[in-house]
Design a protein around this ligand. Structure first.
Ligand SMILES: Cc1cc2nc3c(=O)[nH]c(=O)nc-3n(C[C@H](O)[C@H](O)[C@H](O)COP(=O)(O)OP(=O)(O)OC[C@H]3O[C@@H](n4cnc5c(N)ncnc54)[C@H](O)[C@@H]3O)c2cc1C
Length: 412
């Protein structure tokens, strides 16, 4: 049987896992990150990098290089309801260096994080390696059992971090209690061709046949069509032609682009979950990111929250992990710091599901803009508040270099 020993093993090479891995390695801690896939080229993982995440990259000295990767900048957000455009957020007034949301393919973002982390000899990413379950020694978690192409791998660690997303295997193995908040929607996602003559549009289009998120990705449109949970098969049964009509009905400017949709293989179903752990930790184990609190796509804030969890974890747990003196109280501190922003954000998403999305999805005629949307459009100051809520989130984290870390471990 193959065995490895490390100070921290992290299951999941998503935003939460890789950022935590990077920050712990930067403090000189031995880290192994397990990622079950070979690469980060998954279909749609959310491509938004928020101003508060960009600020952390600035604090880490990584921003300039990150921004050499292809991205688009969203400086203002607006929504079109029954043909009328309403401004809802203006990121220009944020107290951050980058006053925009960067739209960067998540594989580029994660690839960059891996590149930065690999500068530290104490960071290791094991691809095609799946965390299977926990090593439980009399109630103390002492690492993970994993599997890769060569079979079974045992990894002993002072701390195990479950950052393996909304279907976390380690969270399930931990016995921690998950509260399902529920989400009334699922999402169909698709790419549509963009012609040079098509003008930039608002992020959301609301019409009598539903709601469409339409993101400008340079040479294509990334579109998400939310619908009532459980209706995927009904929509598919209506046929791809009816689906094209549904999309074009919401966003008439896409009438030509939708012709490219000829098969359901081009339309991916993304299942939305909103849930959270009551307790994020056990002795030797900490859950973060979607593994601790699965987020709805509403507001596109899940990646930012995952990154914020990672920064709080590295800051609150790093020093004791470094001294091999990790205790449950350090893990509890992470939950104490991050549970409030996560649950408040989820609550806001639930309110948006109920009062914005569902009325738009069930409207019988052309929907009208709700009062708060009209107020946002009319009062620029209010749009600064929405920009703060979306762009920074609640309790944004910052990185301060712990003493004697970076310079001693980075390879020149
Ligand atoms: C439809 C939809 C659209 C969304 N759009 C956005 C958006 O635009 N912007 C945004 O900010 N958020 C968005 N979100 C939310 C966002 O995707 C998540 O909140 C965020 O990715 C969470 O990051 P994470 O690192 O915790 O988990 P994940 O990103 O899920 O990463 C988990 C990683 O763990 C790996 N893994 C899983 N199991 C194992 C295992 N057993 N062993 C090893 N590796 C494992 C996975 O392959 C994955 O790489 C969206 C969510 C949904 C459902």
């Amino acid at each position: 049987m193959r065995m490895l020993e490390t100070q921290c093993v992290i299951s999941g090479g998503g935003p939460a896992g890789l950022m935590t891995g990077y920050l712990l390695a930067r403090q000189g801690i031995d880290v192994i990150v397990l990622e079950k896939h070979a690469d980060f080229l998954r279909d749609f993982r959310g491509d938004t990098i928020h101003p508060s995440t960009l600020e952390i990259f600035h604090e880490l000295g990584l921003l300039d290089e990150l921004l050499t990767r292809p991205h688009q900048k969203i400086r203002q957000a607006s929504v079109t309801i029954s043909g009328n455009n309403y401004k809802i957020a203006d990121f220009g007034q944020l107290p951050t260096l980058c006053k925009y949301v960067a739209m960067m393919p998540q594989w580029d973002f994660l690839d960059y994080l891996v590149k930065a982390a690999c500068e530290f000899p104490n960071f290791k990413l094991l691809r095609l390696t799946k965390a299977v379950n926990l090593i439980d020694q009399d109630g103390q978690i002492a690492g993970v059992n994993a599997s890769d192409k060569d079979g079974h791998l045992v990894i002993h660690a002072d701390l195990t971090i479950a950052a393996d997303g909304r279907d976390s295997a380690l969270r399930d193995a931990s016995g921690l209690t998950l509260d399902d908040i529920g989400a009334p929607i699922d999402v169909f996602w698709m790419r549509l061709p963009k012609t040079p003559s098509q003008a930039p549009v608002s992020l959301g289009q609301v019409g009598s046949s539903g709601f469409l998120v339409q993101l400008d990705r340079g040479d294509y449109w990334q579109c998400a069509l939310p619908f009532q949970k459980g209706e995927a098969d009904i929509i598919r049964a209506e046929g791809i032609a009816a689906f094209r009509q549904r999309v074009a009905g919401i966003a008439p400017a896409l009438s030509t682009s939708v012709a490219s949709l000829t098969s359901w293989d081009q339309v991916k179903l993304l299942t939305v979950q909103v849930n959270r752990l009551r307790t994020w930790w056990r002795d030797g184990l900490l859950c973060i990111g979607d593994a601790a609190h699965a987020m709805s796509p509403v507001g596109g804030v899940g990646i930012n929250l995952a990154i914020q969890d990672a920064v709080a974890t590295a800051r609150l747990v790093g020093p004791s992990l470094s001294n091999r003196a990790i205790r449950s109280q350090h893990l509890a501190q992470v939950q104490k710091r991050r549970a409030w922003p996560a649950s408040m954000t989820q609550n806001a998403q639930v309110i948006a599901h109920r009062f914005v999305l569902m009325p738009a999805l069930t409207a019988k005629s052309s929907p009208r803009a709700p009062l708060f949307i009209k107020l946002l459009n009319g009062f620029p100051l209010l749009r600064v508040i929405t920009a703060r809520a979306l762009g920074l989130g609640l309790r944004p984290e910052h990185w301060k270099e712990p003493a004697e870390s970076r310079s001693s471990t980075i390879q020149n």
